[in-house]
Design a protein around this ligand. Structure first.
Ligand SMILES: Cc1cc2nc3c(=O)[nH]c(=O)nc-3n(C[C@H](O)[C@H](O)[C@H](O)COP(=O)(O)OP(=O)(O)OC[C@H]3O[C@@H](n4cnc5c(N)ncnc54)[C@H](O)[C@@H]3O)c2cc1C
Length: 343
């Protein structure tokens, strides 16, 4: 470390990771330009679980306590079988998670930035000459053009074998639950705005499913809380995506460019860690850029974040398999019960 460093940063992508990096770097005295291809912030979106490490990283970016104020604190939850019988309960989590939907999180992340920092309607390819910037942050999400430019199409995310639907219904769920059945799972959580967030994931070939009738058919014999959500959902508002994960990149850094978030390590959503890790990447990178020369900071960033996030990509996919296993469910449930006592 040699004093405090500041310079000029271009951030490609103004999503969760990009805007967190912008907040932290501005706080550390950097000039920042964010180039975001969307015309503005998204008006709708589903809830994200923000774990303690991500909440602490938001603090580093100058936004400590804000997500907690806007979101719903979650100190307990249930794992259930597909028929509603309990597998295990997580109780009195000492370090609770916060459930907050994407729009208020992005609003929070953009509110404190100086006017003119975020250039909406600017795809990365249309960004001005980047040679005048000391560092470029590739935060352009799962379909990252920045990653493609650095590492080529060989490192594009691959299909996890799962497709997911997400949405919300009126009225806040009393508690958080995730129900596990053969080849499928269903989650129900409270969220901001007195709403209930829900998500469903099933094993399926890529591009093979889609409509709400298909979704309802797959869960037709599940427990009443699942059926209640499926009855009440608004079909046009349901989001449906096949789920992809990144193959391990050889580095998150090339030259003066660093990849963060899904651009570097898209993962299955089963651990609820994708957005959290984008936030942690962003804050970690900003702190290193404050404390070191750009070359040294990027080297340290890759060392600090790559192996850990690549392990999470593998663990998330493994949990997807465990939750939807077709065999050994009794042994799995016993193991989850035992583990949850120590959570
Ligand atoms: C079903 C599901 C449930 C999830 N649940 C959770 C959860 O509970 N907790 C959690 O932590 N994570 C969760 N995630 C993961 C989370 O949504 C992502 O990991 C997170 O959004 C990644 O943040 P990011 O900033 O890397 O990318 P994004 O938030 O996707 O942002 C990328 C931004 O880059 C912009 N962009 C893209 N291309 C360009 C371009 N060429 N030029 C300029 N801009 C561009 C996009 O418009 C976007 O604004 C879930 C994901 C899914 C699919």
């Amino acid at each position: 470390m040699s004093g405090t460093h500041a310079g000029k940063a271009a951030i490609l992508g103004g999503g969760i990771g990009g805007l967190t990096a912008a907040n932290a770097l501005v706080r550390f005295g950097w000039h920042v330009d964010v180039f975001e291809r969307a015309e503005g912030l998204p008006p709708t979106g589903t809830a994200l679980g923000l774990w303690p490490e991500a909440l602490a990283s938001l603090g580093v970016a100058g936004l400590g306590g804000e997500a907690e104020k806007r979101g719903v604190l979650q100190t307990s939850g249930w794992f259930l079988r597909w028929d509603g019988r309990p597998i295990a309960r997580l109780e009195n989590l000492r370090r609770p998670a916060v459930l907050l939907s994407r729009p208020p999180l992005l609003e929070l992340l953009s509110a404190g930035l100086p006017d003119g920092t975020v250039h909406f309607g600017h795809p990365a390819a249309a960004a001005p000459d980047l040679s005048g910037y000391d560092v470029v942050v590739g935060a352009d999400g799962i379909g990252s053009a920045t990653r493609d430019a650095l590492f080529g199409p060989r490192f594009r995310p691959v299909y996890t074998g799962f497709t997911a639907w997400r949405g919300w219904v009126d009225g806040r769920a009393a508690s958080l639950s995730e129900s596990w059945g053969p080849n499928a799972l269903f989650g129900i959580t409270p969220r901001d705005g007195d709403l209930t967030n829900w998500f469903a994931a099933v094993r399926a070939p890529a591009d093979s499913t889609g409509g709400v009738p298909d979704l309802r058919e797959r869960y037709r014999e599940w427990h009443p809380a699942v059926l209640d959500v499926l009855d009440r959902l608004d079909p046009p508002a349901v989001l449906h995506h096949d789920l992809y994960q990144s193959p391990p990149l050889p580095s998150y850094v090339r030259g003066k460019v660093a990849l963060i978030g899904d651009a570097a390590h898209a993962m299955a959503p089963n651990l609820g860690r994708g957005a959290c890790e984008a936030i942690v990447d962003a804050s970690a990178l900003a702190v290193l850029l404050r404390d070191h020369s750009v070359t040294e900071a990027l080297h340290r960033y890759d060392r600090a974040r790559r192996h850990r996030t690549q392990r999470l990509v593998r663990a998330s996919r493994m949990l997807a398999g465990v939750a939807t296993a077709t065999r050994f469910a009794t042994a799995r449930n016993a193991a989850i019960r035992a583990t949850s006592r120590f959570a």
